[in-house]
Ligand binder design. Sequence first.
Ligand SMILES: *Cc1c(COP(=O)(O)O)cnc(C)c1O
Length: 414
Amino acid sequence: MTAPVPTISSKSELPDRSGHFGPFGGRYVPETLMNCLLELEAAYEEAKADASFTRELRRLLRDYAGRPTGLYHAANLSAKLGGAKIYLKREDLLHTGAHKINNALGQALLARRLGKRRIIAETGAGQHGVATATVCARFGLECVIYMGEVDMERQALNVFRMRLCGAEVRPVTTGQRTLKDAVNEAMRDWVASSSTTHYILGSALGAHPFPMMVRDFHKVIGEETRAQILEKEGRLPTEMVACVGGGSNAIGFFHDFLEESEVRLVGVEAGGRCIEEGQHAARFAGGRLGVLQGCKTYLLQNADGQINPTHSVSAGLDYAAIGPEHAYYHDQGRIEYAYASDAEVMTAFEELSRTEGILPALESTHAIAYALKRAPQLASSDLLCLNLSGRGDKDVNEVARIMEAAKEARGASA
Ligand SMILES: *Cc1c(COP(=O)(O)O)cnc(C)c1O
């Protein structure tokens, strides 16, 4: 295929100038960060309009990250399930193993433009930390990654990868010791260091301009998908599905299709063990409007407004808030949301590995789990496109541990 030219400018009018998507989003930060966010927004607007910035980003995405990624017809899986023809958008094939490098490259270029030589970031699954440490090595930037202690344990390999790239990984020991707490620590650092430091936020979350900027850096996923499906099938997909943590891979995949009303868009959240307080991360299944870490959105919180603990088999979806643009399109009815349980995800992980020889990241496997149920309900003329946001290499130890525990449980009950 001829690679489509990734565009950074957005064709949607949202967010508005104050960073709102309808009632969601905004800029709920300490006064000390306000200047920094305004400076970032101005630099981003300027960069977007600068052809040399776009050219350099496009070149890096192609030669360093590996774009365009393929759109793969999963013929075995489609035949086995019966029903829709399934396509996988192969973000798992990108350098560092997930979509996150798209955003990390864009923001590193922006940091250089701002003259900021120190980078901080937060990470849950470790994928964003790895992508950030990687681009910092590439651009010679100092790099500090905040990561919850629990996540460091679950994703030990990624911690090692970050350190190999020269990053300092700082364990976060507060709260639940996962992603939310890592974001708090990163924001605390930024308040004190913003004159020399850029914060590479890892999802379509946080204060304006982050949700907009992160989305724009990932829009290339959907733009390529459009060109590829038109080339292969001569028409748009019937339905597109992506997993939703903060929401960056999903909004990047969907954005170019928001105005195509005949294309159904479905985001899949982490259903965890069950939909009860503290057992999942399905914000639309149990969340309410609130403010967390810079933006107004749907949050998992208790009756007093305290943030609930969350659980998911995948560290990358284990977060109490969803990106504000998703909150908006949820309420508009444009994007639909479902969730997949940990157990369904384990089944789907094995299914894709066996039928296609592709080990998906546990995050991405939420979209696969949805497709296992959905594809048989569709006709053979329907096209079901899934965003395979990352590869599962980082998860094989965790998967082995869970399978072993399940086997023991079966043995004990036999
Ligand atoms: C981080 C991550 C996610 C979740 O983040 P989003 O911002 O919702 O995309 C999903 N898939 C993979 C592979 C990830 O690494």
